[in-house]
Design a protein around this ligand. Structure first.
Ligand code: DX5
Ligand code: ZN
Length: 208
């Protein structure tokens, strides 16, 4: 299992050290919220640019914003490796995919828990990653919604080349359900950042 710690649950005043404490992860999950697409605000591209100076880790930017078409270039310039946008955003998904590709980043598409997975069928050959939300986007520390695992099973059954990531409520127990359904990458925020020894925690989660 690949592990993507979400720095949403980290101490923002000590971001450099917080990223150092998760250095054996597969990628850093960066939750960008605009207070419009979701009822919460986090940070933007300037913060991503600052932390880029201190780590070579792969940056997985999860844009929970209404207008990814407008802002994707700022995140690419700031050092994002993968940019995931929401299918439910205000933009045309195909245009966003083309823009992220043009910028030279890997492309992810995400769906909220209530969105029918079949709605993104026509984009599946165009993306590198599908992010299944297992909580309503907006906040860390919510409970995992096991019913979204049907979407993972459906995606897996298609045998396509994208990888499957899941985000929300992942801990040492829910990760087992995710694994069984066919998830490749688990995002975990509060579970990892509340631990003292994050290196050991990530090691354990990876071995699932
Ligand atoms: C929710 C974010 C998640 C969140 C996960 O909107 O996309 O990445 O930080 O946090 P936990 O692991 O605490 O559910
Ligand atoms: Zn996220």
């Amino acid at each position: 299992m690949q592990i993507a710690p979400s720095i949403l649950s980290s101490d923002f005043a000590r971001l450099k050290e917080e990223i150092e404490s998760i250095k054996n992860c597969d990628m850093v999950h960066i939750d960008v919220m605009d207070g419009h697409f979701v009822p919460n605000l986090t940070f933007g591209a300037p913060v991503v640019k600052c932390i880029r100076k201190y780590t070579e880790l792969f940056f997985d930017c999860h844009l929970m914003i209404s207008n990814p078409l407008k802002y994707a270039k700022d995140f690419a310039a700031a050092g994002a490796d993968l940019i995931t946008f929401h299918y439910e955003s205000d933009n045309d998904p195909k245009e966003v995919i083309d823009e992220i590709r043009r910028l030279g980043c890997k492309v992810g598409i995400s769906v909220k828990p209530k969105t029918d997975i079949k709605e993104i069928d026509k984009y599946l050959d165009l993306v590198d990653l599908v992010l299944i939300m297992s909580v309503e986007p907006g906040f860390g520390g919510q409970s995992f919604m096991p019913e979204v695992l049907d979407k993972v099973r459906y995606l897996k059954s298609l045998k396509k080349k994208f990888v499957i990531e899941i985000d929300g409520g992942i801990d040492d127990k829910t990760i087992i359900q995710a694994k069984e359904a066919g998830v490749d990458i688990c995002v975990a925020g509060s579970y990892i950042f509340k631990q003292k020894d994050r290196i050991e925690t990530i090691k354990k989660l990876k071995s699932v």
